[in-house]
Design a protein around this ligand. Structure first.
Ligand SMILES: Nc1nc2c(c(=O)[nH]1)N[C@H]1C(S)=C(S)[C@@H](COP(=O)(O)OP(=O)(O)OC[C@H]3O[C@@H](n4cnc5c(=O)[nH]c(N)nc54)[C@H](O)[C@@H]3O)O[C@H]1N2
Ligand SMILES: Nc1nc2c(c(=O)[nH]1)N[C@H]1C(S)=C(S)[C@@H](COP(=O)(O)OP(=O)(O)OC[C@H]3O[C@@H](n4cnc5c(=O)[nH]c(N)nc54)[C@H](O)[C@@H]3O)O[C@H]1N2
Ligand SMILES: [Mo]
Length: 678
């Protein structure tokens, strides 16, 4: 699968394993430091405080936040969602709402299941059209694709084409045939114009027409969004949009993929829907070389509900729930606003929302208002320093792994099981053991069914659950001892993994909608088009907009404590276009003050024409120079946090996803020097 390619972050697992800052036992916060405690004392304390607060103030008084590494961890994937459900609180949060929530929303609305996410068939496509993704840095997202640089190169070698639409000329744009600058936050308009063009030219869904509803109505919905109408707002020529659309439609197999950059904006839901519509209208959904569904060895569709929406709303701002979770942008206000249902206790698992969610500094202050906070995390970082108690799991090299989620989102059907490299220390706990224990302790005493389930799952463990998952999966041998299909022992014999072949067309069979049809025009999305019409009527805007950035050797907020990953040129810089630099009197290497609605910070300036004029870019995940953070290396490369500028008030009103890109900012020369380099 990786064809010998190795990510520098994988090599750095050694540094995490050996890191003296990594916690090896539970700690409790004292007034002036941290005290080592036993697991028994720690678990007892959590049980007492959490159940006490729920008894006194109601179930919703306890909140839980699941961070991104939860999804990259077999044990956490199998046990964290159950813990969250056991709390029976409406205040469940995760990194989903600062990332890919619009993908889940559109897959639920169109294909009937939030996890039925189409994946670009990179190895066979003839036209890769990418909005807001930079796989050469990120390794591909909702598109697990190791060795992506060569895979992209192969598209061009076989005569195919790559087009990247991005406000920055990224590392990926540099290997593309064409890069199109777009004004941040306006993708939904450009995508609508592409759909308008396709509808006007005559859609070509091919065999998809047999099981797709709503093709006829789509034309009316996008009629006003002509390339001419959107061009001045997007900063893209009308002719460029029209030609791109026609070239894409003419390709024998093409895929339009929109990722993080278009998900985390005010029209995230609409953007992801329009991306899907383009693939359907060109017949590229479920086509070899197009946008395809995987057939993972462990079926994950059954593990999670297909998706629910708006069963409850957040108490203060009234934002809708999706899939049992509220948008994390409301977390701080739910802690700070007095009244019934106020959050008084918080559990975080593998998350660092102080650096990763909008107005992180505001959240940081709110965390101090909590009566109790417990974090399951190996580090004392910007978030966990607020906890009363930290429960650290063993190192990544002391546990086994099977990628439940990212195998299911990969560009090939593939399965791999990794054994632990080192035995677990005698007093160490796996993520799953911590989460399972907490679930048992926090499940209602009278909820017999869930108590039994919790005990049974604890007995089964990760290996047991994986064994069952593989055997009952589409390649499994079931429970026939003489069967020959895929099993855990087979995977153990194949440390490089088992290739289950390229993605195959699976529609309409794999659709999870009740009528087994693709819903091309779900009502919720049609309704939201009114908001886009209003945006169109507003016309072009001016002023500086802030976007983010990822680097190969960073991973969100948490790999900056590895010297080999952070050394070298400063990465936490503010990229500024040369024209803006002249206009704003900013010098390369100087310091700029960036101010938004929410906050202000000083960052070193990097003048480059790789960003579009009118746009500045700052990476996220930095800002380690805070009091109480115990990350010796990261603190020396502290940088500043872009999420001290992002605004929790700005969300995609349809899905509740945070707006992290296209943030209005003022930029000026700073009177003080920039903080130490990151
Ligand atoms: N090295 C590394 N790899 C990672 C991660 C990491 O932190 N570091 N994080 C992992 C995670 S959690 C995720 S979700 C994935 C994300 O993977 P990707 O989706 O590839 O994320 P980014 O690399 O941030 O690319 C987003 C792009 O969107 C662009 N963009 C910003 N605003 C707009 C806009 O308004 N319109 C358009 N069209 N583009 C815009 C940005 O300039 C950027 O190039 O990466 C994963 N892989
Ligand atoms: N402005 C801006 N903000 C962003 C983004 C952006 O592009 N721009 N990207 C967003 C995206 S895509 C995401 S996914 C979020 C991520 O947001 P979060 O998930 O909140 O943040 P991470 O930095 O991934 O935090 C990971 C935490 O998990 C811990 N950890 C690592 N491995 C393990 C483990 O195996 N077990 C346990 N228990 N803990 C572990 C680390 O110590 C760290 O505390 O950030 C989002 N925030
Ligand atoms: Mo993410």
């Amino acid at each position: 699968m990786s064809r010998g390619h190795i990510c520098p972050k994988a090599v750095a697992l050694k540094d995490i394993h050996e890191d003296p800052n990594r916690l090896r036992h539970p700690v409790r916060r004292l007034r002036d430091g941290w005290e080592k405690i036993t697991w028994d004392v720690a678990f007892h304390m959590v049980e007492e405080r959490i159940t006490g607060i729920q008894k006194e103030h109601g179930r919703d008084a306890v909140a839980i936040y699941l961070g991104n590494p939860t999804v990259h961890n077999l044990g956490a994937m199998l046990y964290a969602p159950q813990l969250a459900r056991a709390l029976r609180t409406k205040n469940r949060f995760s990194a989903t709402s600062v990332d890919q929530l619009p993908h889940h929303f559109t897959s639920w609305a169109m294909y009937g299941h939030q996890l039925l996410l189409p994946i670009p068939d990179v190895d066979h496509t003839e036209f890769f059209l990418m909005f807001g993704g930079n796989p050469i840095a990120s390794n591909g997202s909702i598109m697990t694709s190791p060795d992506i640089k060569k895979r992209l190169g192969a598209i061009r070698s076989r005569g195919g084409r790559i087009v990247v639409v991005d406000p920055r000329r990224t590392e990926t744009a540099n290997v593309a045939d064409q890069h199109i600058f777009i004004r941040p936050g306006t993708d939904a308009l450009m995508l609508a114009a592409m759909v308008q063009t396709l509808m006007a030219d005559g859609p070509q869904p091919g065999r998809l027409a047999e099981f797709t509803t709503g093709i006829e109505t789509l034309g009316e919905v996008v009629a006003g969004f002509t390339p001419e109408a959107v061009a001045p707002i997007c900063g893209v020529e009308a002719e460029t949009i029209r030609q791109l659309t026609r070239d894409f439609a003419a390709a024998s197999a093409g895929v339009c993929h929109g990722r993080m950059g278009v998900s985390t904006q005010a029209f995230g839901g609409l953007s992801q829907w329009l991306v899907q519509a383009i693939n359907v209208l060109t017949g590229n959904l479920d086509r070899v070389g197009g946008s395809m569904f995987t057939k993972p060895a462990v079926e994950i569709l059954q593990r999670l509900s297909p998706g629910r929406y708006n069963r409850w709303r957040s108490r203060v701002r009234g934002l809708p729930e999706f899939g049992g979770e509220l948008p994390v942008s409301v977390l701080a206000e739910e802690i700070r606003t007095p009244g019934d249902g106020r959050i008084r206790a918080l559990i975080t698992n593998a998350g660092n929302p102080v650096l990763s969610t909008p107005d992180g500094s505001g959240l940081s202050e709110a965390l101090d208002d909590l009566e109790f906070m417990v974090s399951i995390d190996p580090y004392i970082n910007e978030t966990t320093r607020h906890a009363d108690l930290i429960l650290p799991p063993v190192s990544p090299l002391e546990r086994d792994h099977y990628d439940l989620v990212f195998n299911a989102l990969a560009i090939r059907n593939y399965a791999r099981y990794s054994k632990p490299i080192f035995p677990k220390p005698s007093d160490g706990r796996h993520d799953w053991e911590i989460l399972s224990e907490l679930r048992i302790l926090l499940t209602d005493k009278f909820d017999l069914k869930n108590r039994l389930d919790a005990e049974a799952m604890h007995q089964l463990g990760t290996r047991g659950q994986l064994t069952v998952g593989l055997r009952t999966g589409p390649y499994g041998k079931g429970f026939n001892p003489f069967g020959s299909g895929l099993s855990l022992s087979k995977l153990e014999e194949s440390p490089h993994g088992v290739d289950l072949g390229p993605l195959q067309p699976q529609l309409p069979g794999r659709l999870q909608t009740r009528n087994k049809k693709i819903a091309l025009t779900p009502q919720l999305l049609l309704d939201d088009m009114k908001r886009l019409e209003e945006r169109l009527a507003q016309g072009a805007d001016e002023g500086m907009l802030l976007i983010g950035r990822r680097h190969l050797r960073s991973c969100n907020s948490w790999l900056h404590n590895s010297e080999r990953l952070v050394r070298g040129k400063d990465r936490c810089t503010l990229m500024v276009h040369p024209d803006d630099a002249v206009r704003l009197n900013l010098a390369d290497g100087g310091a700029a003050r960036v101010t938004s609605n929410v906050g202000s910070l000083v960052a070193p300036v990097e003048v480059t024409d790789a960003v579009m004029a009118g746009v500045v870019s700052l990476p996220h995940g930095y800002g380690h120079g805070r009091k109480g953070v115990r990350l010796d290396v990261a603190s020396r490369y502290a940088g500043v946090s872009v999420n001290d500028l992002t605004d929790p008030a700005e969300v995609d009103r349809l899905t509740g996803n945070a707006v992290l890109n296209g943030v209005p900012v003022a930029v000026e020369p700073a009177s003080e020097p920039a903080p130490p380099p990151a």
